[in-house]
Design a protein around this ligand. Structure first.
Ligand code: DGL
Length: 267
């Protein structure tokens, strides 16, 4: 039994969708969440910059004595996962691999769509990971950059969101995909709108959900699970003032955020 916390990081608030799944699947574990709210978004930054930010955050989490690091940000997973796995002495898991494997399992026709930030799509990380499990798969990727600000605005069911969803997703319906990966932290909150545009014949794969299941497996394999009687303590760190994080974050998390602290990574 290992009582140390699991470290989770994201460019900002979005990674709380992964935390929500982790809390659901691992209610007894303690979590340390790091949201880089001062430097968000990562989705339109260069791979080098995202790797540098990710290394800084992983260093901070290791300083919190975490037993594992979960890269909840799809863009950081796409650009920095291997780098972090080489550099860190604890297991590091990202969201791309679990999401891609879940899609490869779900597809019946082998035609898979992936949506995410411009950076995640440009990296081709999802397409590579899907083809690793399903070499014959036809993968079509589409960046949907406006979804992130719409979600943060709380416009989950707004007419503007529906209009933009059609603009982004109609070309994917023409591709006759049967599975669509929600390859960005924010997109699970748009599940209803995305599902309505794609229609009932398309399975939506939530990378956050798939990742939490893989984290459980990794902890089990390595004997790192916490005590089943433990009552998990959650601690949240952000790099910019925390009011907005608290407010919007509760929506992502589905409950109040209690222990929240602002930190300076340059110190
Ligand atoms: N967390 C990012 C992701 O999942 C979305 C927000 C951003 O661009 O930083 O790719």
């Amino acid at each position: 039994m290992n009582p140390r916390p699991i470290g989770v990081f994201d460019s900002g608030i979005g990674g709380l969708t992964v935390v929500r799944e982790l809390l659901h699947q691992l209610p007894h574990e303690s979590l340390v969440y790091f949201g880089d709210t001062a430097r968000v978004p990562y989705g339109n930054k260069s791979p080098e910059t995202v790797r540098r930010y990710s290394r800084e955050i992983a260093g901070y989490l290791l300083g919190q004595d975490v037993k594992m690091i979960v890269v909840a940000c799809n863009t950081a997973s796409a650009h920095a996962l291997e780098d972090l796995q080489r550099a860190c002495a604890v297991p590091v898991e990202g969201v791309v691999g679990p999401g891609a494997r879940a899609a490869a399992r779900h597809t019946r026709t082998g035609r898979i769509g992936v949506i995410g930030t411009a950076g995640t799509m440009a990296s081709g990380a999802y397409a590579r990971a899907i083809r690793a499990g399903a070499p014959e798969a036809y993968v079509v990727e589409r960046a949907c950059p406006l979804f992130v600000p719409l979600v943060e605005e709380g416009w989950l069911d707004h007419p503007a969101t529906k209009l933009i969803a059609h603009e982004y997703l109609d070309p994917l319906t023409d591709e006759r995909i049967d599975t669509l990966v929600l390859g960005c932290t924010h997109y699970p909150l748009l599940r209803k709108v995305i599902g309505a545009v794609m229609g009932p014949g398309v399975t939506l794969v939530d990378s956050a959900e798939a990742t939490a299941a893989v984290v459980v497996e990794r902890l089990q394999e390595r004997g790192l699970l916490g005590a089943p009687s433990g009552n998990g303590i959650d601690h949240f760190f952000v790099t910019d003032s925390s009011d907005r994080f608290r407010e919007v974050g509760s929506r992502f998390l589905g409950r109040e955020i209690e222990r929240l602290e602002q930190v300076d990574l340059t110190e």
